[in-house]
Design a protein around this ligand. Structure first.
Ligand SMILES: C[S@@+](CC[C@H](N)C(=O)[O-])C[C@H]1O[C@@H](n2cnc3c(N)ncnc32)[C@H](O)[C@@H]1O
Length: 345
């Protein structure tokens, strides 16, 4: 017990020595509340459970690395699936609770939990057979935890090793969102009789993480980024991609909404879950990017867009996002063109 107390004190001191943004990030995972939210996200946690527990023929006798193990839920799934040994790594102090949880479940001989930053610790195995990790942030890439998984892959994964999950795709579509845009953005035009428009620009710059109803979708979805976790590099996480959205009906487009799908293709039968508006709620919700213009579109018309995404230079965990749109409608009054810059922080 005295040893554990010392470990926790050392971990807290190490956290305090980190850059402020890193402290803020890891401290957010110290509290049980955020883990409760993730564990209660059934779409997320059951997909991982099924991908691991339904594939004992893949996990049997393998050495497994759980990158960012949190409360060790994925580590315990892997142990249950027959892994020879599981190593869980987490910088946050939640890992001390994870050790108790692993012990309560009689899995301490199968699971080793290491407190520290993945990039700084040394694993007790030179190589691992399987990497499991739940690294996805809002809009998939916010928080940049994928960098850490790619580091673990390059440093520790056997050449024929597996990654769970191994594929991620970001989708976008145009939505009608007049009422909510008015509530969130138009609100600043008149606040108790005062002109608050200086805050309107700020509000427009922040993508909104919220649930979007399927009926709001005005265009078909389009994939803007697909990541193959066996091959992608940190450089691929900054990208600029042109894309088109096509109107399904006559309507107005106030915003683009983004979500992501996750695939575990190494399973016997691919397991996939989506965080889109067309399916069950997840704690990632969707991410809404309001456009400056309202686009008045007719069924079949296309809007040409480009999305640029890159980690912020000062804080890699934040994202700078730029959306260009050009709507070349037949009648001049409906034509629109613009650029919107967003910061996710
Ligand atoms: C999204 S949570 C997932 C927790 C757990 N795997 C689960 O599925 O419930 C990500 C965890 O990764 C940890 N983490 C992120 N980056 C890390 C790094 N570079 N080194 C160690 N831990 C990290 C965080 O502290 C956090 O607990």
């Amino acid at each position: 017990m005295a040893n554990d107390k010392m470990d926790i004190e050392t971990a807290e001191a190490n956290l305090k020595a980190m850059a402020h943004s890193e402290q803020h990030y890891f401290n957010s995972y110290n509290h049980h509340g955020i883990h409760e939210e993730m564990l209660k996200d059934e779409v997320r946690t059951r997909s991982y459970m099924n991908a691991i527990v339904q594939n004992p023929h893949i996990f049997k006798d393998k050495v497994v690395l759980d990158v960012g193990c949190g409360t060790a839920i994925l580590s315990m799934f892997a142990a249950k699936a027959g892994a020879k040994h599981v190593i869980g790594v987490d910088m946050s102090t939640i890992i001390f609770k994870a050790r108790e949880i692993v012990e309560c479940n009689g899995l301490s001989d199968k699971i080793t939990l290491i407190q520290g930053k993945m990039e700084e610790i040394e694993l007790p195995f030179p190589k691992v057979d399987i990497i499991i990790s739940e690294w996805m942030g809002y809009f998939l890439l916010y928080e940049s935890m994928l960098d850490t998984v790619l580091y673990a892959r390059d440093r520790y994964l056997n050449p024929d090793g597996l990654i769970f999950p191994d594929k991620a795709t970001i989708f976008l579509c145009g939505i009608e969102d007049g009422d909510y845009k008015d509530e969130k953005i138009g609100f600043w035009d008149n606040v108790y009789g005062f002109d608050y428009t200086p805050l309107k620009a700020t509000a427009l710059c922040e993508p909104l993480v919220d649930t979007v109803e399927m009926k709001a979708a005005v265009t078909d979805p389009t994939a803007v980024l697909t990541l193959d976790l066996y091959k992608c590099t940190v450089e691929d996480l900054a990208f600029s991609v042109p894309f088109k959205i096509t109107a399904r009906r006559d309507d107005f487009i106030h915003a683009l909404v983004a979500w992501f799908d996750i695939d575990f293709t190494a399973c016997h039968k691919t397991i996939r879950f989506s965080t889109g508006p067309h399916t069950k709620y997840t704690h990632w919700k969707q991410t809404v990017f309001y456009l400056k213009d309202v686009l008045t579109v007719q069924q079949g018309e296309e809007v040409e867009c480009n999305m640029l995404v890159k980690p912020n230079e000062k804080n890699r965990r934040d994202l700078d996002i730029k959306i260009d749109y050009k709507f070349d409608a037949q009648d001049a009054l409906r034509k629109a063109e613009g650029t919107c810059e967003f910061k996710m922080c």
